[in-house]
Design a protein around this ligand. Structure first.
Ligand code: ZN
Length: 274
């Protein structure tokens, strides 16, 4: 077998594969399901030309390849989320792994891929507001595991004074959103309580981001998936050549039963890899 130059998809996987695999682990129940999801995502992308392949389109293919979300079943604790009890962030990571899938998805797109709200919304096929709400709800659910010195009352919009509520609600949906609005910005300039609440949200966000990245940091794209992808790409290239080249078909050594058998086997394998 001759060495071929990597396809556009193979190059993209070299670049984004680690984060894609971490996302797959975050969103599925175990390594086997994560690998199956990634395989299916790569199948979706294998014929996409270079211009169509980006971190965002790869993420969207991964999301489209996820198995059905069985919300009623309690999620078993995945291996990556079982940190030694001595680690301070162990309860936070365990709680993160148990969040509803849509919330894990929003956190993963934001913290692992570094997408902003509009980019994450494009991947999810939803709107920016929904991504912000998912992220807010996830962070709020994780707050009590994010360190005993976090002022939880700062996160509760309803218990804030009337004059502060709209600002607190905006902060909860993202500091960028809060500062884009002149009224909220004006209130923040005058109200030290709301500035403190903003700091609490920022600390919570940073703590959760570090915990998630830290828990998945040592995990990399599995070599066997790389080999699968390279094999599928080569099979794809071969089949394109075979169907395109009449001359090539004439040159097939059809008379050799062994060679015929080998081709048949390869063909079956190609279909299996699909
Ligand atoms: Zn205020």
């Amino acid at each position: 077998m001759t060495a071929t130059t990597p396809t556009a998809l193979e190059r993209a996987i070299q670049r984004y594969g680690d984060d894609l695999y971490r996302m797959a682990l975050l969103l599925t129940s175990d390594e086997a399901q994560a690998a199956a999801t990634l395989r299916s995502a790569m199948r979706r992308m294998i014929d996409t030309p270079l211009a169509g392949i980006s971190e965002a389109t790869l993420s969207a293919a991964l999301v489209a390849s996820l198995p059905p979300d069985r919300r009623r079943l309690r999620r078993r604790m995945p291996a990556w989320a079982r940190l030694p009890a001595a680690r301070a962030e162990a309860p936070l990571v365990a709680a993160l792994a148990q969040l509803p899938r849509q919330q894990r998805l929003a956190l993963g797109l934001t913290f692992l891929h570094g997408f902003d709200a509009p980019q994450a919304a494009a991947v999810l096929g939803s709107d920016e507001a929904q991504v912000r709400v998912l992220t807010r709800d996830a962070l709020r659910a994780l707050a009590r595991h994010a360190g005993s010195d976090l002022a939880l009352a700062d996160l509760d919009v309803d218990s804030a004074p009337e004059a502060c509520r709209s600002t607190r609600a905006a902060i909860a949906l993202g500091a960028d959103l809060a500062h884009a609005d002149p009224a909220t910005r004006g209130h923040l300039a005058l109200c030290s309580d709301c500035r403190a609440a903003e700091q609490t949200w920022l600390r919570l966000t940073t703590t959760v981001e570090n915990a998630l990245r830290g828990a998945l940091r040592t995990i990399t794209f599995p070599e066997y998936l790389n080999e699968d992808l390279a094999r599928s790409s080569r099979a794809r290239a071969r089949s394109a050549l075979c169907t395109a080249g009449w001359q090539r078909r004439l040159a097939w050594p059809l008379g050799d039963p062994l060679e015929l058998r080998r081709r048949l086997l390869r063909h079956t394998e190609r279909r299996r890899l699909g």
